[in-house]
Design a binder for this molecule. Structure first.
Ligand code: MG
Length: 296
């Protein structure tokens, strides 16, 4: 353990002692600590196989219990997924993007396009019991409102979309990206602060270890900051966004410590390429993740 990790963990220990003076908080913390569960998922496009059934067979065989489809045409695929998932120990973890427009667009018509198309995917995501629909408020190349105005607009829209999502038993999941892709939202703590401002149970956040490599000062701190707002994780090799383990020194232990600390029971999902044969690298990634989770 390096000095920085030691200081961070000592600070958490100190916070635990302070919380001890309040029984409710202390009990909650201790329940949570024992409650964390590792659940592996993969994006549909990452898993090998010519059909959804083949992909599910492969993932299930290697202990993955979640699959993450793209939102693009999901509304037309609900039945296909329901049938394919019957009698399996695997479910839809989250749904990734696939909507049109974007939420903090300068052009009101583009914002409307985003809310309308997001609602269609949320309905499908809810029908498939997904943790949520992953949404990036804007990419750098998209013409957006100035940041202050954009944040206010986003909170307003998320209140509406969050209520809609909650009606369908799912959520909007804000995803922070790295600065090369999205200056507007880069940090888990900031995403969680936006979710907090919406006061909506239908709004949460997710973290992506690959983006976090470039933006977060501490995986542990970022995940603890996101806390109960965190409902999904993406994982890839830390530098080149390949399969976990394909970059030298791939390490997720500090993040896993954070996930254990918050009692995380949601999915960690592969969003990555692979240099090797996926039929070998996906099981190898599961092994590496399990080993590091155990040690964290
Ligand atoms: Mg991601």
């Amino acid at each position: 353990m390096d000095r920085r990790s030691f200081i961070t963990l000592s600070a958490i220990g100190g916070a635990g002692l302070l919380a001890g003076s309040c029984t409710t908080v202390a009990n909650k913390e201790s329940d949570k600590k024992t409650g964390a569960v590792l659940k592996l998922s993969s994006q549909e496009g990452v898993a090998p196989g010519d059909s959804l059934t083949e992909k599910l067979d492969f993932l299930e065989e290697h202990g993955y219990t979640g699959i993450e489809p793209h939102g693009g045409n999901l509304a037309q695929r609900v039945e296909e997924f329901e049938k394919a998932l019957q009698n399996r120990d695997i479910r839809v973890s989250a749904v990734v993007a696939g909507f049109q427009g974007f939420l903090i667009a300068k052009d009101p018509a583009v914002r409307q396009q985003a809310t309308d198309s997001i609602k269609i995917i949320l309905e499908a995501a809810g029908a498939l019991r997904s943790e949520g629909l992953i949404v990036v408020p804007a990419f750098n190349h998209q013409e957006s409102l100035p940041h202050v105005e954009a944040r206010e607009m986003l909170v307003d829209q998320l209140q509406e979309l969050g209520a809609f999502a909650a009606q369908h038993n799912t959520r909007i999941l804000l995803e922070p990206l790295n600065r090369r892709e999205a200056w507007f939202l880069r940090l888990l703590a900031d995403a969680a602060a936006i979710a907090k401002d919406t006061e909506s149970e239908g709004v949460g956040v997710m973290g992506d270890f690959w983006h976090m490599t470039w933006e977060e000062t501490s995986d542990l701190g970022a995940i603890i900051s996101a806390g109960d707002y965190l409902h999904h994780m993406h994982i890839a090799s830390r530098k080149n966004r390949k399969m976990p383990g394909e970059d030298e020194g791939d390490n997720y232990a500090e993040g896993f410590k954070g996930l254990k600390h918050i009692g995380y029971q949601k999915f960690i999902s592969l969003e990555c390429g692979s240099e090797g044969d996926r039929r070998e690298t996906i099981p190898a990634a599961a092994k590496l993740i399990r080993e590091q989770w155990k040690k964290a």
